[in-house]
Design a protein around this ligand. Structure first.
Ligand SMILES: Cc1cc2nc3c(=O)[nH]c(=O)nc-3n(C[C@H](O)[C@H](O)[C@H](O)COP(=O)(O)OP(=O)(O)OC[C@H]3O[C@@H](n4cnc5c(N)ncnc54)[C@H](O)[C@@H]3O)c2cc1C
Length: 327
């Protein structure tokens, strides 16, 4: 039997823990889908040491846990989650990597004039990264304007927006290895072979992403005006496509080149747009979005996912793979 009370007491009373810890925390309002019951414990550390401390204790007590960033790709369960939600929400900042402070393995890289490294803590909202780039005349991240969620979540998912994957601008990252009870911190220059469409080295790997460093370029003169302009253009395109009309977790299924058409189109061709189960609906305006129209439950979303998979399999022979994650 898990002893959550002793876990909470330990963390709360630890002199070196910085952050928040609460019990029986409602999850629905914390997710973009607005679905889910409570988490037995919700902990949001503020610094490296507090994450290490929390993860060490979770492992020592063998508590079930789940890492959450902006919860924009997640479906929280209808029943209470009997475990610890470890949130990066309080671990947020973006800064230019100090020039005189490059690690040795950076030295070998042939930096060009105007290359700028920007480091973000995992919980930094993607919107904050884009704003930081606009303020500092940095180009490279505009396509991610309007993407909900955090830098850590986007790295885990290798988010892809307007034909650009996050890995296209990642240079370096740090993570904590929670397969080791000491929770050591590792760092690595990006190895493109570890990344692919919606694939990252963090998936199925017991790694908590702590920072991500992006390689961006500084623009000058009139050219720098384009950064804000393009960022606005991408955000507007999302608005026009209806992304924020209803609570959702974005695209439900991954695309697959072998299908010859986007997953949303296949779902549309099965006549499923507008289909509703309980309070969840396949968006009438986007075949690959499931929206929460009226107090949807995770089970409603799951039923729609299974329906779309069944119909697409019957009609086209393709197995749709989910992108959203059910906790
Ligand atoms: C309206 C809307 C539009 C969207 N459009 C797009 C789009 O264009 N392209 C796209 O790719 N996605 C899109 N999404 C999905 C979602 O926003 C992205 O997948 C986003 O990058 C997830 O980030 P997050 O912080 O919310 O992650 P979460 O949803 O909190 O978590 C997602 C996964 O990442 C893990 N995780 C989170 N943080 C960490 C960390 N620090 N270390 C280790 N693991 C971590 C979680 O355990 C979970 O498995 C959209 C979502 C919405 C609601």
């Amino acid at each position: 039997m898990e002893d959550f009370s002793s876990f909470v007491t330990y963390i709360k009373n630890h002199d070196n823990f910085k952050g928040t810890i609460t019990e029986n925390e409602a999850l629905a309002q914390k997710s973009t889908f607005k679905i889910g019951a409570n988490a037995r414990v919700f902990v949001a550390p503020e610094d490296y040491y507090s994450f290490q401390l929390t993860l060490r204790r979770i492992l020592a007590q063998k508590l079930p846990f789940f890492i959450v960033g902006g919860a924009s790709n997640l479906v929280f369960p209808d029943d209470d989650f009997q475990g610890v939600i470890l949130s990066s929400r309080n671990f947020s900042d973006a800064m230019i990597f100090p020039k005189g402070d490059l690690p040795e393995d950076f030295e070998a890289y042939n930096f060009q004039k105007d290359d700028v490294l920007v480091t973000c803590f995992a919980g930094t909202p993607m919107a904050q990264l884009v704003d930081f780039c606009i303020k500092n005349d940095l180009t490279g991240a505009e396509e991610f304007a309007g993407l909900p969620g955090t830098v850590g979540g986007a790295a885990f998912m290798n988010a892809r927006c307007f034909e650009k994957s996050l890995s296209d601008i990642i240079f370096y990252y740090t993570w904590m290895d929670y397969s080791d009870p000491d929770i050591p911190l590792h760092h690595e220059r990006i190895n493109p072979a570890d990344w692919d469409y919606k694939k990252s080295p963090f998936q199925n790997n017991n790694r908590f992403v702590t920072t991500v460093t992006f390689l961006l370029k500084r623009l000058h003169g009139d050219a720098k005006m384009q950064i804000a302009k393009n960022s606005r253009k991408y955000t507007l395109e999302r608005l026009e496509k209806g992304h924020f009309k209803y609570p959702s977790a974005g695209s439900v299924f991954k695309n697959n080149h072998d299908f010859g058409a986007p997953s949303g189109k296949l779902i549309d061709q099965c006549g499923l747009k507008g289909t509703q189960i309980g309070g969840a609906q396949i968006a009438p305006f986007h075949g690959n979005f499931i929206i929460n129209v009226e107090n949807a439950r995770a089970s409603d979303v799951k039923a729609l996912v299974e329906l779309a998979q069944k119909k697409v399999k019957e009609k086209f022979g393709f197995q749709l793979e989910t992108e959203i994650i059910f906790l």
